[in-house]
Design a protein around this ligand. Structure first.
Ligand SMILES: NC(=O)c1ccc[n+]([C@@H]2O[C@H](COP(=O)([O-])OP(=O)(O)OC[C@H]3O[C@@H](n4cnc5c(N)ncnc54)[C@H](O)[C@@H]3O)[C@@H](O)[C@H]2O)c1
Length: 527
């Protein structure tokens, strides 16, 4: 047998990455260790702790042969040659840099443990996303404690995307390895390169200095998130001008210098990395005396928050300025399709916004459990990125307004509105006539991912809002829509100005609309 690998952290990165290394390198023994016993138990069961297409097959093919999951962290670290560290690096919630800087508590405790238990030379690989110069700090911890043992630190950031992690790991665009420019550092780089060379073409394995590798990960995520915020910013302008964001994105993306990927307008980006990594980048810029650069990147997160907020405001204003007591179906809770991951999902902010306005939510997601959804809606900002068993929960009465249901039809039954938050393929194939028939009227659909066919839905009778698309007259001009509703429902009263006031007001009360500004327009219009 060849080298022995141990990965600390059996999460979304550690689990799939090590499974693929084990598959591609039958001569290497791979142990994945974690402080969370439930997580390790799940990795050793038929129900893996994370959902990722293709992962099950790979784990089942290797588990028990050269891939092992264990809580025996110290022993397995001590016995290994290469230690990957893939633990949580949350955003700090208090103290210096709170709300921006990376909290390296878990990384540091892993490094201290490696230093304590090691009895042989090791290569320690940063797999977690960390601030630039973390390797220097880790080096100090390791060398300070060493007992004649040599530790070489490498940065090998992970670029996989959840939902396509197995494809990304099988055929990575690139593998990046950063190391010290010393003979020892270069030897370590070569050793790690040899692992990836089992299946990654040599020209796709990039080697750089440590700091370039650390910064490249933050930069890559900042660039990706920036594209989403750019198209989302355009989506607001499209709605204001009558342009269609899909047409704009297509035309822009046809420019080979820009390219078509990551130009889908949506309710906003989510996931465990984008926001966290950009905030981290902002903090590093501030610490290095670069406030202009920090502010530039901060805008990417601010536009994302604006987009989520804009969506909620659109829902509430379209539904007569209130969703109080109204059932709203939320389709999708994961931060994107083909994953059960809900970390920083825009669904959390959208649900919070609607719950604050006293909506009653029926939530359905094909991969996210009721437990997880309720937990997410009860956590404070940034608390999600700690190991599961260490997350502080914050019981909230808002959960009384939430039901988590088993399918989309159940979620939409009796609802006033439907919000599509995740682009799951199954939402494209639903029987929307059946959904419409079961809903309160007027029936609203708010497509936060532009995955539904708006014109088909309009033919059925829905009032439709799609991000960045020309607005339905209803959504654009609510008071006029009320007038149309009055005229439609009470045609015999046209011209009756008192009805304008009384009937209009009653309708408004029924739908919870606030009266000022709208009364007058109704009277005038009916006259
Ligand atoms: N999720 C992604 O798509 C992705 C992609 C690239 C990089 N990253 C980065 O990789 C790192 C891990 O992310 P993740 O999504 O796998 O997180 P995760 O929360 O899914 O997994 C981290 C695991 O580390 C364990 N852990 C924490 N401290 C430990 C310790 N001292 N000893 C043993 N186990 C410990 C936790 O119990 C948890 O199971 C983060 O820095 C993240 O930013 C994530």
């Amino acid at each position: 047998m060849g080298v022995k690998i141990c990965c600390i952290g059996a999460g979304y990165v550690g689990g799939p990455t090590m499974a693929v290394i084990a598959l591609k390198c039958p001569d290497i023994i791979v142990h994945v260790v974690d402080i969370s016993k439930p997580r390790i138990d799940a990795w050793n069961s038929d129900e893996l702790p994370i959902y990722e297409p293709g992962l099950d097959e790979v784990v089942k093919a290797c588990r028990g042969k050269n891939l092992f999951f264990s809580t025996d962290v110290e022993r397995l670290v001590a016995e290994s040659d290469i230690v990957f560290v893939s633990v949580n690096t949350p955003t700090k919630t208090s103290g210096l840099g709170a709300g921006k800087a990376a909290d390296l508590t878990y990384w540091e405790s892993a490094a201290r443990m490696i230093a304590d238990v090691s009895t042989s030379d090791k290569i320690v690989v940063e797999k977690s996303t960390v601030p630039v110069k973390t390797a220097e700090a880790i080096e100090k911890i390791l060398t300070h404690n060493k007992k004649g043992i040599n530790f070489e630190i490498l940065s090998n950031p992970e670029f996989l995307a959840e939902g396509t992690a197995m494809e990304d790991l099988n055929q990575p665009d690139r593998v990046l390895i950063g190391g010290r420019e010393t003979p020892g550092g270069q030897k370590a780089v070569a050793a790690l390169k040899a692992v990836y060379a089992h299946w990654v073409p040599e020209e796709n394995i990039l080697t750089t200095n440590l700091w370039s590798a650390e910064l490249s990960k933050l930069a890559a995520n900042a660039f990706l998130a920036q594209r989403i915020s750019s198209i989302n910013a355009m989506s607001a302008l499209c709605e204001a001008t009558g342009a269609d964001v899909s047409e704009v994105a297509y035309a822009v993306g046809k420019d080979s210098r820009i390219g078509p990927k990551f130009l889908n307008a949506s309710v906003g980006f989510g996931g465990s990395c984008f926001q966290k990594d950009i905030l981290n980048l902002v903090y590093i810029c501030e610490c290095n005396g670069l406030p202009e650069v920090a502010n530039y990147w901060k805008q990417v997160v601010q536009i994302n928050d604006y987009q989520k907020d804009r969506f909620v405001r659109r829902v509430v204003s379209s539904m007569f300025n209130t969703v109080s007591g109204k059932k709203v179906a939320v389709l999708g809770f994961a931060f994107k399709k083909d994953t059960g991951d809900t970390r920083e999902t825009p669904a959390i902010d959208v649900c919070h916004g609607l719950l604050q306005d006293k909506a009653l939510l029926n939530i359905y997601d094909p991969q996210v459990t009721e437990d997880q959804i309720k937990r997410d809606l009860s956590l404070n900002k940034f608390d999600w990125d700690h190991p599961h068993h260490l997350q502080p929960t914050n019981p909230t009465t808002l959960l009384n307004q939430v039901s988590v249901v088993k399918d989309a039809y159940e979620a939409t039954k009796g609802a006033h509105g439907v919000c599509v938050i995740t682009e799951w393929d199954e939402f494209k194939k639903l029987d929307y006539q059946k959904i419409y028939d079961g809903m309160q009227k007027p029936a609203f659909i708010f497509d936060g991912r532009n995955v539904l066919n708006g014109s088909e839905l309009r033919k059925i009778g829905f009032i439709v809002y799609s991000i960045g698309k020309p607005l339905d007259p209803w959504v654009k001009d609510l008071p006029a829509a009320i007038v149309r509703m009055c005229l439609l429902w009470f045609p015999d009263r046209v011209g009756d100005t008192s009805f304008g006031v009384i009937g209009g007001s009653n309708l408004m009360c029924e739908y919870g609309i606030t009266r000022p500004a709208i009364d007058e327009q109704i009277i005038v219009s009916i006259e």
